[in-house]
Design a protein around this ligand. Structure first.
Ligand code: 13P
Ligand code: SF4
Length: 390
């Protein structure tokens, strides 16, 4: 609903839709102007000059202008695996956000360098769990006498330091694709899980996929003493959810789903599990970015979709499947602003710098941190079944 209470019109996406022209570029050095008409040509020329020495990865939420130059596209986990599978490329240019580039650095060899074209491409969710806060929270769990039985399960959307914490405490990383498998594994190791940093993915997976109860879940607020919880609450809880969320997916509302159902008869609502529990409960389908793409791709012509995930991806779905009707779930939700930091000028700058023999914006995880973070990532790869499902 709008501030005045009237329902928001749905945004139907299709070929030629141009929704956003805003640019916020700030970068040291000789960044090309966004208006430079030669940018596409310059990116092509730089890539051609670098040949197999560079490998460009593009996350599904990236702009079209960037995706055009990606050697492979995917979700965060697929891209990390792709980076690891390219040992011959000395330079991996990661068009995504900081935590993804860190994971790629952890999983690639010392001879390879991962480059993030704009260092301002962070993730607000990952920033909601700082390592000192998480260490303090663990001390609280020790004090409450529950740390021994608690297994940390950390979403990929987290800093390398939090991944290392997870590795040190015998936990695992998960993605939105394999959170169910990761949680099942964790509950075989201990009776409680500390889920970091996305409360929604943790809650949705525990309640909807493992059949757990909402009453077993507590939210640990790092800004309050003892997370704002009593010792009794910590002792009774099975899922201790970190108070973090995605600033994009957390904004989709029940109202938007109800409006879609009212305005588009027969519509199918598909959302990412980072959305709030109430929103996910009302959806027809829930899934990671890879699953959303595959589900829409497999649907018969004429299917009407309303999609609750990042706008660049939804916009592309509308372009790729013009025989289906793809709409964005909520008009007042914008692009992920940090994903959008990577634009063609930054990509050209990173590539042309490499051509000139300069490595800009390398992402290097400290070796001690990387060692334990790798343990947590390896635990994810060793989860029963397979390492990565949609
Ligand atoms: P994926 O794990 O699907 O790549 O999602 C990453 C992300 O940032 C979702 O908001
Ligand atoms: Fe982070 Fe959300 Fe952006 Fe994904 S969409 S990178 S979780 S802020």
């Amino acid at each position: 609903m709008t501030a005045t209470g009237s329902p928001l019109p749905l945004l139907v996406l299709g070929q030629g839709t141009d929704l956003h022209t805003e640019r916020g570029v700030e970068c040291p050095g000789d960044l090309p102007a966004p208006s430079d008409p030669a940018l596409v040509e310059r990116a092509r020329a730089a890539k051609a000059a670098l040949g197999d020495r560079v490998f460009v990865l593009g996350h599904h939420y990236q702009r079209d202008e960037v995706i055009e130059f990606a050697d492979v596209t995917g979700d965060s986990f697929k891209l990390a695996k792709e980076a690891a599978a390219r040992p011959d490329a000395p330079w991996i240019v990661f068009c995504g956000v900081h935590f993804m580039a860190e994971s790629a650095d952890i999983l690639t060899s010392d001879e390879q360098t991962v480059i993030l074209p704009d260092l301002a491409a962070g993730c607000s969710m990952a920033d909601m769990a700082a390592i000192n806060q998480v260490e303090d929270a663990w001390d609280d769990l020790v004090e409450a006498g529950v740390a021994q039985e608690t297994v940390p399960v950390t979403y990929m959307n987290s800093s390398a330091a939090i991944k290392a914490f997870t590795g040190r405490h015998g936990g695992t990383i998960c993605t939105s694709s394999n959170a169910r498998t990761a949680l099942s594994w964790a509950f075989e190791q201990g009776s409680k899980v500390l889920f970091l940093p996305d409360q929604h993915l943790g809650r949705n997976t525990y309640v909807r996929e493992l059949g757990g109860s909402l009453e077993d879940c507590v939210v640990f607020d790092p800004h309050r003493p003892m997370g704002g919880l009593s010792v009794e609450e910590l002792q009774a809880a099975k899922m201790i959810l970190w108070r973090g969320h995605c600033s994009v997916h957390g904004r989709f509302t029940v109202d938007a789903v109800e409006t879609a159902r009212r305005e588009i008869p027969g519509v199918k609502v598909i959302v990412h599990p980072e959305c709030r529990y109430e929103v996910v409960e009302l959806a027809d389908e829930v899934g990671s970015t890879e699953k959303i793409i595959k589900t829409v791709a497999a649907a018969p012509a004429g299917t009407k979709w309303v999609v609750g995930t990042e706008l660049n991806l939804v916009k592309r779905l509308g372009q790729q499947f013009p025989d289906q009707q793809v709409s964005f779930l909520e008009k007042n939700v914008c692009y992920c602003s940090t994903m959008n930091r990577i634009d063609l000028p930054h990509l050209v700058w990173a590539l042309e710098s490499l051509v000139e023999g300069r490595v800009v914006n390398p992402i290097r995880v400290d070796e001690q941190v990387a060692r334990y973070a790798r343990a947590a990532l390896d635990q994810m790869l060793a989860l029963p079944g397979e390492s990565h499902k949609d």
